[in-house]
Design a protein around this ligand. Structure first.
Ligand code: KIV
Ligand code: ZN
Length: 531
């Protein structure tokens, strides 16, 4: 049996703190997911913000094989926005949802059961006017009384849903219980065999994969997943875990997916570079440690017979390409081919920028690893966000002097410089940047790590700034960690400026990532589109 993979990295995944993506970044992730072989791509929640709307529209324009999905509440304006964003793509699906559990009915919606059923009837058929494919989700289904859930599913099918989704919204279900619920739906709802029965499991108890598998074994035909398991709170069932469980334990499970396992690791790395969210070292399939053997007994076993301690080969999930190196003599063609292995098809202008930066880096580092390339691509994709560009910096530091930094930032043609002292070179450069922008910022989080391995690995800085009422994350990568820090700082400021500019233009106070815009900040005068 072939299980459909509904990927929601760009919607539920993007809802996790720190994972918000620009429109360009969403398009690249969507193309990579399509290349991977997922069946459906949920691209966002169009009514929630102009950035979300544009993201879904662009993904719908570019993706051709996979079905593109947009989320909507049981509300007319949400469904209209979903249709508007998807309309260029015939292979579209509108996903409408409403909560059904007693706690959500009473405290969140203030609705009786009959009102919920009425909304399902009304809005599933409303969405059906726009799209042949409509998915209905009963939010918090796993905490809904079974007899009512059966009525909900029946009502959605009668109203025209082509897929019915049973979410374990708060990650509360236990595999046996969840499997039994799916079986009861399969056996108790008329015409259920005519629709896809989907599940969407969150990982609050670490059971998202087990629950998804139990559901499929009880008759679910689709699973909703995210790459690296990102998503609200503890995240969603991880795409790579589901695909590999199906492959490695086909003997017991007996189902398969259309995803190419050999692209899982490259896809995971692309997402890491785009969002800056790094899976834990022991994260199944894609974590740093999962093919390393530390103890002598294990090493001895693996050397004698790999299968003693490995149930899959690194190459099964595409991990052999980690070591593939490009050098300064690799030409454009080789670079293009390399990017294509990640499903990356950037436009000619961006490709040229990536190529130039690759050459610069190859000069500095000699060997450029896949991770370096992906960090260049994600850097180039972030660029349209830039209002300020870091053009020069100098730092003067040591243990017997006061660290001092000078920076020059450009906003379009106009350059401005400033100097400041600080507790250390990084503090000094951040203060100098604040002096140029005139913004009051507070550094909330600062993380630095190496990209790749070896002494000449690049440094990647990820930080979060509080500006006004909002929090903005920024990233920067360079062989110089002071420069990487300054780039990350400027990147966060530019996200703030983009959000503020969007808020002024559209009369809304939210950016795609859901950051609130403070009222006492300075203006958007630093803003210049540079794409
Ligand atoms: O977790 C959930 O219930 C959701 C729905 C919108 C499908 O994300
Ligand atoms: Zn969810």
């Amino acid at each position: 049996m072939r299980v459909k993979i509904f990927d929601t990295t760009l919607r539920d995944g993007e809802q996790s703190p720190g994972a918000s993506m620009s429109v360009e970044e969403k398009v690249e992730v969507a193309l990579m997911l399509e290349h991977l072989g997922v069946d459906l791509i949920e691209a966002g929640f169009p009514v929630s913000s102009p950035v979300q709307f544009k993201g879904v529209r662009k993904v719908a324009e570019r993706v051709r094989k996979a079905t593109v999905v947009a989320l909507a509440r049981c509300v007319e304006k949400d469904i209209d926005a979903a249709y508007e964003a998807l309309k260029e793509n015939k292979n579209r699906m509108i996903h409408v949802f409403i909560a059904t559990s007693p706690i959500h009915r009473k405290y969140k919606l203030g609705m009786e059961k009959e009102e919920i059923l009425e909304r399902i009837r009304k809005y599933v058929s409303y969405a059906k006017k726009y799209s042949e494919f409509v998915e209905f989700s009963a939010e918090d289904a796993s905490r809904t009384e079974l007899p009512f859930l059966l009525e909900v599913v029946k009502t959605a099918i009668e109203a025209g849903a082509s897929t019915v989704n049973i979410p374990d919204t708060v990650g509360y279900a236990i595999p046996e219980e969840f499997g039994a619920m799916i079986k009861a739906i399969k056996e108790g709802v008329p015409r259920i065999e005519n629709v896809d029965l989907s599940v969407h499991c969150h990982n609050d108890l670490g059971l998202a994969l087990a629950n998804s598998i139990a559901a499929v074994r009880s008759g679910a035909t689709q699973v909703e997943v995210t790459l690296n398991g990102i998503g609200e709170r503890a995240g969603n069932c991880a795409l790579e875990e589901f695909v590999m469980a199906a492959k490695v334990r086909k003997d017991i499970l007996g189902f398969e997916t259309g995803v190419d396992p050999a692209l899982l690791y490259p896809a995971s790395r692309l997402l890491v570079h785009i969002t800056g969210m790094i899976p834990s070292r022991n994260k199944a399939i894609v974590g740093e440690n999962v093919f390393l053997h530390e103890s002598g007994i294990h090493q001895d076993g693996v050397l004698k017979m790999r299968e003693t301690y490995e149930i899959m080969k690194p190459s099964d999930v595409g991990r052999s390409s980690e070591t593939l190196v490009m050098g300064r003599h690799s030409g454009k063609h080789a670079l293009k081919k390399k990017l294509e292995t990640y499903g990356i098809h950037i436009d000619a202008e961006r490709f040229q920028k990536v190529f130039e930066r690759f050459l610069e880096l190859a000069d500095k580092k000699k060997e450029v690893y896949d991770d370096d390339l992906l960090s260049i691509v994600s850097e180039v994709l972030r660029e349209p966000l830039r209002g300020y560009k870091l053009t020069h910096f100098h730092v003067y530091t040591g243990n017997t002097v006061i660290p001092t930094a000078t920076v020059k930032l450009h906003a379009g043609e106009e350059g401005k410089d400033a100097a400041e002292t600080g507790d250390g070179p990084i503090d000094a450069i951040f203060r100098a940047i604040d002096r140029v922008t005139g913004l009051a910022t507070r550094l909330e989080e600062y993380v630095i790590q190496a990209v790749g391995s070896g002494k000449n690995a690049q440094g990647e800085v990820k930080l979060t700034l509080q500006i006004g009422q909002g929090r903005y994350s920024g990233r920067g990568v360079s062989t110089d960690i002071v420069e990487a820090s300054a780039m990350a700082y400027v990147n966060a400021i530019n996200k703030y400026l983009l959000a503020k500019k969007g808020a002024f233009e559209k009369g809304v106070a939210k950016e795609g990532g859901g950051h609130d815009i403070g009222s006492k900040d300075t203006g958007t005068e630093g803003w210049q589109e540079q794409s």
